[in-house]
Write a protein that binds this ligand. Structure first.
Ligand code: A2P
Length: 318
């Protein structure tokens, strides 16, 4: 099968391009390394070139193994054909821990640089944390000025080609933009037909910050997600009328908002389906119908990391 060519988006603030679909590598419970590696190799065969990981997912090593194998097999000719994103864990969200943290991720990935390094969450943990929720006192506000200095150093040192954030509200982005020498290239957020984040997306657009959607299918199958996106009748009816799957309609809607996507499936058929959203489109009427769907957030941080004030404020702003 000929691999799908995924379009690229230009990230204006850092003068680079990124494939508009990335494959998410987190799994819960975590799949075994061989399964993860096989799925990533399958995704490369299908045409995925952008892979999304994070220190906390525990998938950096599996991705690193898969990249090394893809190069050995000649599935890609050089590392530069891939776009790799990883994220700074909240326990390392301090000025002097950022460069050591990216170096640890790079060792896990067996790479010399990542294409994108993101601040994973807009808060920090005051100590190393391996399970959540965390108790009071561990979760602290982020000192964005000092942490962003560390992120900028990653870029200056050539350890990350681009730097950005994830789960940042507009207020947090305002704070960041007021101190940044290098503005964030993107903000990775939960975006799907049932959590459209229109105001925050408009804010990002006005500031030249690209938005990438995670959980574009509402995180079905995770401990916090549900099947509600795929169970939405409006999406199912549009899918039926167009001969597409409900997942493809949800993904295509996100894409037509100018938002790039992280899709997550280790199943060959579904990963092929998720990349097959080009060469056809949703009509204005279909887009409008989806845009009017009642909204329901999936990722409630307070229920994942603990009901702390800082987190409640973030939930309210996302
Ligand atoms: P699976 O790995 O069994 O395919 P999200 O991207 O919103 O976080 O959702 C991820 C979940 O959606 C995964 O559990 C994945 O399960 C499922 N999924 C991914 N692609 C599809 C698809 N095309 N159809 C149905 N479920 C999908």
């Amino acid at each position: 099968m000929t691999p799908t060519i995924v379009p690229e988006v230009t990230l204006s603030s850092c003068d680079m391009t990124m494939p508009v679909i990335g494959m998410g590598t987190s799994s819960y419970p975590k799949v075994d390394p061989e399964t993860a590696k096989a799925a990533i190799l399958e995704a490369i065969r299908a045409g995925y070139r952008h892979f999304d990981t994070a220190f906390i997912y525990g998938s950096e090593q599996d991705l690193g193994e898969a990249i090394a194998e893809a190069l050995r097999l000649g599935l890609v000719k050089s590392r530069s054909e891939l776009f790799i994103t990883t994220k700074l864990f909240a326990s390392f969200a301090e000025r002097d821990l950022v460069v050591p943290a990216i170096n640890m991720s790079l060792r896990n990935l067996q790479l010399e640089y990542v294409d994108m390094y993101l601040i994973h969450w807009p808060f920090k943990f005051g100590k190393m944390v391996s399970s959540m929720p965390v108790e009071k006192g561990v979760l602290l506000p982020l000192d964005i000025k000092s942490v962003w200095e560390g992120m900028e150093e990653c870029k200056r040192l050539g350890l990350a080609r681009g730097i950005g954030v994830s789960n940042f509200t507009s207020e947090m982005l305002e704070d960041l933009l007021s101190i940044a020498n290098i503005p964030p290239a993107l903000n990775q957020l939960e975006v799907n037909p049932l959590w459209q984040l229109k105001k925050l997306r408009e804010f990002c657009k006005a500031k030249g910050i690209h938005v990438t959607a995670y959980s574009p299918l509402g995180a079905s199958g995770t401990r916090y997600g549900e099947n509600k996106v795929l169970g939405t009748k409006v999406l199912q009816d549009i899918a039926k009328s167009k001969g597409k799957t409900t997942a493809q309609i949800a993904l295509r809607w996100v894409y037509q908002q100018g938002v790039s996507l992280i899709t997550k499936s280790f199943n060959k058929e579904r990963m092929n389906q998720n990349i097959d959203i080009f060469g056809w489109s949703l009509t204005e009427e279909e887009l409008d119908e989806i845009s009017r769907l009642p909204q329901q957030k999936t990722i409630i941080f307070a229920s994942i990391v603990g009901p702390h004030d800082v987190v409640r404020q973030i939930d309210a702003g996302l």
